[in-house]
Design a protein around this ligand. Structure first.
Ligand SMILES: O=C(O)CCC(=O)C(=O)O
Length: 233
């Protein structure tokens, strides 16, 4: 299947009961969460190329992968089978790369600043950090998100009509572009997998004032190479 500007795919993926089970497991591993820079008590479970890619990605992946696989093996197999149905070629994991992981945010209802998704708008270029020869492969990268737990306001993705090709034209001021151009809100649903190529400017959707509860998402990527599609984070 082909992915390109604005092309996304979404499907039912996990049931509400499965999400609750995964959420419990993630919560039970709180001692392995890593606090990250950003508001809303942002933390991750798992190693992420976009955050760890320039530092200790390989070491961190090999430390965390056994725990992640032991705990979430069913989910990883489901992901492998799902992408196997919609992509051509073998879909696999590689122990040298981090398995998909989790984003965690906690909202207290008293967050005093106004939330603007434009302030976190980005392209998913993380593949460049962990696949140094990415330019040679002309690979199509993919990003997927599955909401596992939603806060009181639900969850969404914000997307802008800007591709990397237009980045230089706006002098790489993509956050300013996001602040001054209309965006599209893509509502998420619990357990539903949302996949895109990560190359439309995008951000976690707006957190309205008064939102309470936890936003937990399963996050990962696929990257095409000679063998097939590698699933990683
Ligand atoms: O949490 C989300 O909805 C989006 C996450 C995101 O922007 C990303 O993984 O690139």
């Amino acid at each position: 299947m082909e992915f390109g500007p604005g092309i996304v795919k979404e499907d039912d993926f996990l049931t509400t009961a499965e999400c609750a089970d995964i959420s419990q497991k993630v919560l039970s591993l709180e001692c392995h969460w890593e606090p990250r820079l950003g508001p809303y008590q942002f933390a991750t479970l798992g190693c992420a190329a976009y955050l760890d890619g320039e530092n200790d990605y390989a070491d961190k992946s090999s430390t965390l992968n056994p725990l992640m696989v032991k705990t979430f093996s069913n989910v990883y197999e489901r992901l492998r089978l799902y992408f196997g149905q919609i992509l051509e070629g073998e879909v696999y994991y590689d122990e040298a790369y981090s398995y998909p992981g989790f984003h965690l945010f906690k909202f207290s209802g008293n967050d005093i600043f106004s939330d603007n998704p434009a302030d976190r708008a980005h392209f998913d270029y993380q593949f460049a950090k962990v696949f140094p020869d990415f330019a040679k492969t002309q690979s199509v990268p993919l990003t997927f998100t599955v909401p596992i737990e939603e806060p009181s306001s639900g969850s969404s993705l914000e997307m802008w009509d800007l591709r990397p090709e237009g980045h230089a034209e706006i002098h790489y001021e993509h956050k300013e572009f996001a602040r001054t151009h209309p965006s599209k809100t893509v509502p998420y649903s619990l357990g539903r997998i949302f996949t895109h190529d990560g190359l439309n400017l995008h951000a976690m959707g707006q957190i309205p004032p008064g939102t309470i509860g936890r936003r937990m998402t399963l996050q990962g990527h696929a990257f095409r190479n000679e063998r097939g599609w590698l699933l990683y984070w």
